[in-house]
Design a binder for this molecule. Structure first.
Ligand SMILES: Cc1ncc(COP(=O)(O)O)c(C=O)c1O
Length: 413
């Protein structure tokens, strides 16, 4: 096996680890794809925001807070998502943003009755689209996917016709980490006259998101994963600049209103990305998203993705070399261009192994039906952590120590 001290010494991002709270502790944290670590800068920012801005400034703070959604959106746009300022805004949850943009897209294609979605998209995406289809008399057409290989462009192409208004897919699959061909799927959708709506929750902050190259239309994503903005932090949404004027989202709130403080009685959406905003922004979560996006932008997506590819390759080597003989199979694509920054392992007792790992100070997570997800957030994960964590997994599997844990999945976050 490769020398982790050498790999860590050669890591150009190594210094970023010290910028995260708790990174120095013995906990092996493999769940940054679900909830990222707390940056020191964010802790300081939130302390100042609470003590000074809320504690002292009170309502006077709004002169600063009012533009936060856009300010964070611009950092996300230019430093994380590779699109232009004014194409991204922060606010609401990923689920709500998906609803807003999907509804706006359906309104923009009134003659088309079908929404296309991949079968293994994140459940909230499926539910939101099911609800929207039911409410608007549309049909949801579900593209079958292999849960490990992820959604394929040719399968989407086969399912497209001139009745499809919108194609919705995840860029990186939450379950297997498979990375979809965003460019090819967007091109096929556009050939058929449909719009595209990408869920970037597992790719924002881990791999490049080629929205601009692809001419992708719409996207949403979480900030609490690789962007380290904390539990329940607001999500982002992206709308390509030239589409903004023609789209109207369905929740007509005062933060999307032209001359908001004129307090006019009739909704008239502002020009630009703010028309996709709804109500008062969550300021504390907004600051956390801003700081998280800044760290990611500073490190650079190219460097983050390069390290993610190496960390996941190393994890796959260890899974093959140490865990395969104990019944583990790598479920994530082996081509680094086809995956994000998490590696998913199949094992029949995945739930029990996950619980045993957590008890042993290694935190992966579990996903149905029998998968362990190993999230390797590049900003703070060392190669030494991967070796340590996989070493403990090997012991758990070899000793069958996991059999002491309940076999039935409990509550999963
Ligand atoms: C791919 C993906 N989309 C959407 C969501 C849901 O986001 P939210 O609960 O913030 O609406 C998640 C949450 O983990 C996710 O992984």
């Amino acid at each position: 096996m490769r020398d982790t001290a050498e790999l860590d010494a050669a890591d150009p991002l190594a210094a970023y680890r010290d910028r995260f709270v708790g990174a120095e502790t013995p906990l092996v944290y493999f769940d940054g794809n679900s909830l990222g670590r707390l940056p020191h800068a964010t802790r300081e920012r939130l302390r100042a925001a609470v003590d000074t801005e809320w504690g002292v400034d009170l309502i006077r703070g709004w002169s600063r807070w009012i533009d936060l959604a856009r300010e964070a959106g611009d950092v996300l746009a230019t430093g994380v998502l590779g699109v232009a300022p004014g194409e991204v805004v922060l606010g609401d949850s990923t689920s709500v943003n998906l609803y807003k943009l999907a509804a706006a897209a359906l309104d923009a294609r009134p003659g088309r009755r079908t929404v296309l979605v991949e079968a293994d998209n994140f459940p909230t995406d499926l539910y939101v689209l099911q609800g929207l289809a039911a409410a608007t008399g549309r049909t949801l057409r579900v593209v079958d996917v292999d849960i490990d290989a992820g959604v394929r462009a040719d399968a989407v192409a086969d399912a497209l016709d001139d009745d499809v208004a919108l194609v919705c897919a995840s860029h990186v699959s939450y379950r297997s980490g498979a990375r979809a061909d965003l460019r090819a799927i967007t091109a096929r959708a556009h050939d058929a006259g449909a719009l595209t709506l990408w869920d970037l929750s597992h790719s924002a902050g881990s791999v490049p998101t080629p929205l601009a190259d692809a001419g992708a239309d719409l996207a949403v994503g979480c900030t609490y994963k690789y962007l380290n903005a904390g539990p329940g932090a607001p999500a982002f949404l992206y709308v390509r600049a030239d589409l903004q004027a023609e789209l109207r989202q369905p929740i007509w709130g005062w933060f999307g209103q032209r001359e908001q403080f004129a307090m006019g009685g009739t909704y008239d959406p502002v020009d630009g990305i703010e028309r996709f905003c709804v109500g008062t922004p969550p300021v504390l979560g907004g600051y956390a998203a801003l700081e998280g996006a800044r760290i990611t932008a500073e490190a650079g997506i190219a460097a983050i993705a390069a390290k993610g590819a190496e960390l996941t390759a190393y994890a796959i080597d260890l899974a093959d070399g140490w865990l395969a003989e104990h019944g583990v199979r790598v479920a994530t694509p082996r081509d680094p261009a086809r995956r994000g920054a998490h590696v998913t392992l199949h094992h029949p007792a995945a739930w029990q192994v996950t619980q045993a790992a957590i008890a042993a100070g290694v935190v992966p997570d579990y996903r149905t039906p029998d998968r362990l997800r190993i999230g390797l957030a590049p900003l703070y994960t060392r190669f030494a952590d991967v070796a340590e964590g996989f070493g403990r997994l090997r012991e758990i599997l070899a000793s069958r120590g996991y059999e002491r844990f309940p076999a039935t999945p409990g509550r999963v976050t």
